[in-house]
Design a protein around this ligand. Structure first.
Ligand SMILES: CC(C)(COP(=O)(O)OP(=O)(O)OC[C@H]1O[C@@H](n2cnc3c(N)ncnc32)[C@H](O)[C@@H]1OP(=O)(O)O)[C@@H](O)C(=O)NCCC(=O)NCCS
Length: 195
């Protein structure tokens, strides 16, 4: 398979080098998605190599519809730690919502609780608003996924709503629904100005 033409920019935080996702990153995604604890509130179990291959192709596709958006893999001193995503809003449903973007993140378990998810998320959010001119950024996660919500709050997003998918089955805690957190570009700028 050919590499998707990358329109994304590499990014850098104090500790993390963020590289736009390319074909060669596949084995790192296999390592991440084959940990059942990492996937606990996503699929509920480890992904097979074939499932990761499918996810990998979808992730590469995420970079196509809107210039600058997509997935970034994070490296600390050349060691892979996890990924961050800026997905065009509505892309999965087939109807893009201009100016809006969904933020996602997933870290290798041995790198949890070091502040890395928040550090990378803060930078891709800055990039979305400051460099790409997005108007609104949001996260979706399961209501029981406390860590994910803590990251959203840590970087300044606010709780919007709890909602229930139409699916009849899902991972542990699925019956408690999913939550949306969100921030607008104006709110982000005001927070920056306030320090
Ligand atoms: C959720 C996840 C990304 C957090 O990554 P992390 O690097 O450990 O997060 P950070 O170290 O940046 O922590 C940010 C905040 O979240 C809190 N936190 C992290 N994990 C937590 C948990 N499991 N329960 C409660 N709070 C948690 C931290 O204490 C910190 O709190 P603070 O704002 O008071 O300082 C990581 O656990 C993960 O990859 N989980 C599996 C994948 C996943 O669920 N992704 C999100 C799906 S939408």
């Amino acid at each position: 398979m050919q590499n998707v033409a990358v329109t994304q920019t590499p990014l850098q935080t104090e500790r993390i080098r963020l590289e736009p996702l390319i074909e060669e990153h596949f084995e790192l995604e296999v390592e991440l998605d084959s940990d059942p604890e990492v996937m606990r509130y996503l699929t509920g179990c480890a992904r097979t190599r074939e499932q990761v291959q499918h996810a990998h192709e979808m992730r590469l596709e995420t970079a196509r519809p809107v210039d600058g958006l997509g997935f970034w893999l994070g490296f600390v001193e050349d060691e892979f730690v996890g990924w961050w995503m800026l997905e065009p809003a509505g892309w999965a449903e087939g109807e893009l919502v201009p100016g809006e973007v969904e933020l996602g993140f997933r870290m290798l378990r041995r790198h949890w609780r070091k502040g890395l998810a928040s550090e990378g998320a803060g930078e891709v959010m800055r990039h979305a608003f400051e460099d790409l001119g997005m108007n609104r950024l949001y996260t979706y996660t399961m209501a029981v996924n406390a860590g994910s919500q803590a990251v959203s709050r840590h970087i300044g997003l606010r709780y919007v709503r709890t909602f229930h998918d139409e699916d009849e089955v899902g991972p542990e805690g699925f019956e408690q629904g999913a939550v949306e957190y969100s921030i607008t570009a104006d709110e982000w700028r005001a927070a920056q100005a306030a320090g």
